[in-house]
Design a binder for this molecule. Structure first.
Ligand code: BGC
Ligand code: MG
Length: 568
C-alpha cells in the first residue's frame, strides 16, 4: 500500500515537473501565486439600479473594496443571458450579458476600472450544459445539423408497452437525469435541472463553439476562467445503468448519492477537453491566464487536474472535511492529507467558501470563522474566499416558501434545508442602511440577513479585531517571503493547540496557533515546535483576548478557548 502511494506520487511528481516546465519556466508570471482570489456572487454583491438584484455597475462601484482588502483577482459568478432557473448557471447565450446585470458596455467599463486598479477579472465558464432556451437546444430539438448532436439524446426504453428513460442515471438535483422531449421523440440527458440539458462533447462542432466562447471573453480582456462542474462533461458511451452505492438503502431512490457514478462523473476525457481549453488560453497575448476548476471528487481526480492545465483545482477540504468534531488531530489530518497528495511543484489552494456551500459560521460555528480564514492564509498557496467571508456573514435560514434554489425546491419541503443553497447567497452586508446598503430597494431577490445592523463592512472597518480587520492582515501576510517559500509543519500541542509553522532557513518562523479547547491552556510551546522564546502577535481573533503587537512568552504560552493567533 505504502509502496503504491510512493510510486503514484513519484509518477505524478515527474509528470508535474514536465508539465510545469513546458508551460512556464519560472512561475513568475503566475500572478495568482500566494494571493487571495475573491468570488463575487453577481446577484448578491451590489445592486446599482434598485431592482433588488446585484449587477455589473454595482460591482464596478465596489471594486475599491477589493483593492482595500488586497486580493489579486475577482471571479464573477455567471453574468450571461439566462432564464435564471439555476440563477445564471443555465445560460441561453454564452456571449451576451443578461439585461438584469447590465450591458456589454457596462462589462467593458468594469474591465477598464479593474485594470486601472490592477485587479484581475476571472469569469465563470459553464461548459457542461446550456439552458433549454438556448437557440442551440431549440435547433437540436428540431434536428437541425450540426446542432442535432450538440446535446445527449437517446431513445426511450419501452418496458411492458410504457416509455421509460434509457437508463437509471440520476440528476444532481434529484430524480431521473433524463427528460422526454415530445417534439424530437427522444430523451435528453441533464446532470442538473431538466432546464439545463448537458452538452455532447463528442460533437467537434460543439467543441469549437465552446472554444470560441473562451476566445470571445479573452478578447474582452478577462484574465482567466473558473470552470464549473468540469467532472461532469463526459458520459460513458455505453449508457449502462450505474450500480447502487453503499448508502442506497437509506436514501430515496431519487437521490443521486444512491448511485455510484461510474459512467457519468470523472471520466478520463474530461481532462483532454480541459487541455484543449488550456491551449486556447495560452495562445492569447498579455498576462498569463488562470484556470480554476470545480470538481467535488476524490484526491486522485482532483490532483489529476494539475497535470491537465488547471492552475487551481479547487481544494474543498476546509469546507467538506473539517467538522466541529475534528479537533486538532482531525484538522492536521485534513491539511497534511491534501499537501501530501499534491504533485511535486503543484501550487496548493484552499477554498474558504462559495455560493454552493453553507458559510463557515453556520456550517461549523461563529468561533471558527476566523480560524478557517487564518488556516487558509498561513498554509502555502492560493486562498479563495467568497463575498461576505471577510465580514463573517452567516447563513440566513429560509422558510420553504422563500426557497428559490432548484436544488432545494426539487428536494421538497421535508428535505430542502439539506440541499438548498439560498441561505449562503443573501445580499452582501455593506452597512446598516436600507437592505444593508446592497440595494435602495427594500425588497431584494433573497432576503437580507437580519443580523446586518451588527454584521456589516462599515462597522467592521472601525473595529480593530473584526473579521474584516483580521482578513486584511491575512491577505497582506500571504506576500511574506516565509509564507511564499517556507516549509510547512502542522503540529498538535497536547491536543489543545493546532500549530502551523512556516519556516525559512535562518529566519524566525511564522506560527499560527489555534486553541481548539474551550478554556485557556498553557504550555512551553517554544520547545515543542522549536520556536523562539519570544514572539510578536501579528494577528489574533477576538476569542484569543490578546493584543496585536504584544510580545508573547512562548515558553509559557496560553490563549483563551477558541483563540487563534499568528505570531512572527
Ligand atoms: C455551480 C452551481 C451550479 C452547477 C450547475 C456549478 O458549477 O457552482 O451553482 O448549480 O454548476 O450549473
Ligand atoms: Mg440591479
Amino acid at each position: 500500500m505504502l509502496l503504491t502511494v510512493v510510486c503514484v506520487q513519484l509518477i505524478w511528481g515527474l509528470v508535474g515537473l514536465r508539465e510545469s516546465v513546458a508551460q512556464n519556466a519560472t512561475g513568475k508570471d503566475e500572478w495568482w501565486r500566494d494571493t487571495f482570489i475573491y468570488q463575487v456572487y453577481t446577484r448578491s454583491f451590489k445592486d446599482s439600479n434598485g431592482d433588488g438584484v446585484g449587477d455589473l455597475n454595482g460591482i464596478t462601484s465596489k471594486l475599491e473594496h477589493l483593492v482595500d482588502l488586497g486580493v489579486s483577482a475577482v471571479w464573477l459568478s455567471p453574468i450571461y443571458a439566462s432564464p435564471m432557473v439555476d440563477f445564471g448557471y443555465d445560460i441561453s447565450n454564452f456571449t451576451a450579458i443578461d439585461p438584469i446585470f447590465g450591458t456589454i458596455d457596462d462589462f467593458t467599463r468594469l474591465i477598464a476600472r479593474a485594470k486601472a486598479l490592477k485587479l484581475k477579472v476571472v469569469l465563470d465558464f459553464v461548459p457542461n450544459h446550456s439552458s433549454d432556451t438556448h437557440p442551440w437546444f431549440v435547433k437540436s430539438v428540431q434536428r437541425v445539423k450540426p446542432f442535432d448532436e450538440y446535446y445527449v439524446w437517446k431513445d426511450a426504453r419501452i418496458v411492458n408497452g410504457t416509455r421509460k428513460p434509457p437508463n437509471n442515471w440520476l440528476s444532481q438535483f434529484q430524480g431521473s437525469a433524463w427528460e422526454w422531449n415530445d417534439q424530437r421523440k427522444q430523451y435528453y440527458y441533464h446532470q442538473f435541472t431538466a432546464r439545463q440539458p448537458d452538452f455532447n462533447y463528442s460533437s467537434t462542432a460543439l467543441q469549437e463553439e465552446m472554444k470560441n466562447v473562451l476566445r470571445f471573453w479573452l478578447n474582452r480582456g478577462v484574465d482567466g476562467f473558473r470552470i464549473g462542474a468540469i467532472n461532469y462533461l463526459i458520459e460513458d458511451s455505453h449508457f449502462l445503468d450505474e450500480p447502487k452505492s453503499s448508502s442506497a438503502s437509506f436514501l430515496p431512490a431519487t437521490d443521486p448519492n444512491s448511485l455510484k457514478h461510474n459512467y457519468t462523473v470523472d471520466r478520463d476525457q474530461n481532462y483532454d477537453i480541459l487541455q484543449a481549453w488550456r491551449r486556447v488560453l495560452d495562445s492569447t497575448n498579455g498576462t498569463r491566464k488562470v484556470i480554476m476548476t470545480e470538481a467535488y471528487t476524490t484526491p486522485y481526480f482532483t490532483m489529476k487536474f494539475h497535470q491537465h492545465g488547471s492552475n487551481i483545482p479547487f481544494n474543498f477540504n476546509l469546507i467538506r472535511n473539517i467538522k466541529l468534531s475534528s479537533g486538532a488531530l482531525g484538522c492536521k489530518g485534513v491539511i497534511d492529507g491534501y499537501l501530501n497528495e499534491l504533485p511535486s511543484g503543484a501550487l496548493p489552494n484552499w477554498v474558504v467558501g462559495n455560493h454552493d456551500n453553507r458559510r463557515t459560521g453556520s456550517r461549523l460555528n461563529s468561533r471558527w470563522i476566523d480560524q478557517i480564514n487564518m488556516i487558509a492564509a498561513v498554509l502555502p498557496g492560493v486562498a479563495i474566499i467568497y463575498n461576505g467571508d471577510e465580514i463573517g456573514m452567516i447563513d440566513r435560514p429560509m422558510a420553504w416558501n422563500e426557497t428559490l434554489d432548484p436544488a432545494g425546491i426539487n428536494a421538497g419541503p421535508l428535505n430542502y434545508k439539506f440541499k438548498s443553497r439560498d441561505s449562503a447567497r443573501t445580499p452582501f452586508q455593506w452597512d446598516n442602511s436600507t437592505s444593508a446598503g446592497f440595494s435602495s430597494n427594500k425588497k431584494t431577490w433573497l432576503p437580507v440577513n437580519s443580523n446586518y445592523k451588527t454584521v456589516n463592512l462599515a462597522i467592521q472597518k472601525t473595529q480593530p479585531y473584526s473579521h474584516y480587520s483580521l482578513m486584511k492582515k491575512l491577505i497582506s501576510l500571504k506576500k511574506n517571503p516565509i509564507l511564499r517559500n517556507g516549509t510547512t509543519e502542522t503540529t498538535i500541542v497536547h491536543y489543545a493547540y493546532l500549530a502551523i509553522v512556516r519556516r525559512l532557513q535562518n529566519q524566525s518562523p511564522v506560527v499560527l496557533l489555534i486553541n481548539v479547547h474551550k478554556t485557556l491552556v498553557r504550555y512551553d510551546i517554544a520547545a515543542f515546535i522549536n520556536a523562539p522564546d519570544k514572539m510578536t502577535v501579528y494577528a489574533a481573533n477576538s476569542w484569543a483576548n490578546i493584543s496585536v503587537g504584544a510580545q508573547v512568552d512562548m515558553t509559557n504560552f496560553g490563549i483563551d478557548g477558541y483563540g487563534a493567533v499568528i505570531l512572527i
